[in-house]
Design a binder for this molecule. Structure first.
Ligand SMILES: CC(=O)N[C@H]1[C@@H](OP(=O)(O)OP(=O)(O)OC[C@H]2O[C@@H](n3ccc(=O)[nH]c3=O)[C@H](O)[C@@H]2O)O[C@H](CO)[C@H](O)[C@@H]1O
Ligand SMILES: [Mn+2]
Length: 317
């Protein structure tokens, strides 16, 4: 674990050609130095490119992917990437992996971890150099809500037991998704959340936070920063371990009190991000609604949900 990791973060701002560069530098495990390089362009005026707590919000046009790639190339980073495919969701695996090989951290080391109740169904997908897939068998579950929420505990244990010695960063993604555009090292950060594609434009009081005070995920009306997607989050191992552990604990408390948050672990993730501000936000370009939908602010769709018939793919309503 990175528990011994001494984190040193600071921001240097300088102006060059109307581009603000900011650096977040952390002293990583051992001798490896993790560098978050976060340039953002102040010319994109149709969207906010920074939060009130000074975290960058990445939109197309707010960073230079070639420059950032060249900086990260100096390091031998490994990005662990987790997905779950239980029941009929195994049908999404092929497109997810094939499209990830085309667009996701291309040229960098990626280790996918796929949790499934049907390892025999996992298709053969040709992986690029330094990219690999580990398949983990998990128990089948009867409720989609339990599958979705159960991810937090599995992720917590994976980070604890296996990732410390191999990965530098982790991203945890939904499987009913596909990559359509570049998703690269610009997205790396200590704690990274993605703005939910249905709420980037909505006033805060419309956010579908859990509103019952009895739940650990409760967020009162009038509070909250953004509504984050449950389908994609990531960061350093240490930070994502703390996130998954906390959400798992809060989910267990809710279960003991016979309450299930409105949007399951997504509600708990939103509570977590309210109390633990992400160091970087990704715009809905990184988790879009559907490849056939558009919005003026979305100049590129990098990663999107794929259309699914809920009644047909889920084990229960
Ligand atoms: C875009 C987005 O933010 N999506 C979130 C949203 O609905 P979604 O409609 O995206 O939830 P979903 O049905 O995709 O379930 C989430 C994930 O659980 C897994 N799964 C689910 C059912 C099943 O039978 N088999 C299986 O493997 C699979 O990895 C799937 O991607 O709310 C969920 C919780 O309510 C999760 O937080 C999702 O991440
Ligand atoms: Mn999904």
């Amino acid at each position: 674990m990175h528990s011994v990791r001494q984190s040193l973060e600071f921001y240097i701002l300088s102006f060059r050609q109307n581009v603000v560069f900011s650096f977040e530098i952390g002293l990583g495990q051992g001798t490896k130095v993790l560098v978050d390089f976060q340039p953002y362009n102040i010319n994109r005026t149709d969207v906010a490119s920074v939060t009130s707590w000074s975290a960058p919000i990445l939109w197309e046009g707010t960073f230079d992917p070639i420059l950032i790639d060249s900086i990260y190339k100096q390091q031998n980073l490994m990005i662990a990437t987790t997905v779950f495919a239980l029941g009929k969701y195994t049908r999404f695996v092929k497109d997810f992996l094939e499209s990830a090989e085309q667009h996701y951290f291309v040229g960098f080391r990626v280790h996918y971890y796929l949790f499934t109740d049907q390892p025999e169904s996992v298709p053969e997908v040709k992986m690029g150099e330094n990219r690999s897939l580990t398949v983990r068998k998990v128990q089948s579950l009867n409720r989609w809500q339990d599958i979705s929420m159960g991810r937090m505990e599995k992720l917590e244990k994976l980070i604890e037991n296996e990732l410390a010695s191999e990965a530098d960063y982790i991203f945890c993604l939904d499987i009913d998704t596909k990559f359509y555009g570049h998703w690269g090292v610009e997205s790396l950060g200590r704690l990274v959340g993605v703005i939910h594609p249905w709420f980037f434009d909505a006033p805060r009081d419309r956010f579908t936070y859990e509103r019952r005070p009895e739940s650990q995920a409760y967020i009162p009306v009038g509070e909250g920063d953004y509504y984050y997607a449950g389908a994609a989050f990531g960061g350093s191992l240490e930070d994502v371990h703390h996130l998954t552990k906390t959400c798992r604990e809060q989910l267990h408390i809710d279960a003991a009190n016979s309450i299930e948050a409105a949007w399951q672990e997504e509600s708990h993730l939103n509570k977590y991000f309210l109390l633990n501000k992400p160091s970087k936000l990704l715009s809905p370009e990184y988790m879009w609604r559907d490849i056939n939908e558009s919005a003026a602010q979305i100049k590129v769709i990098r990663f999107s949900n794929v259309a699914k018939n809920y009644a047909e793919v889920r084990p229960n309503p």
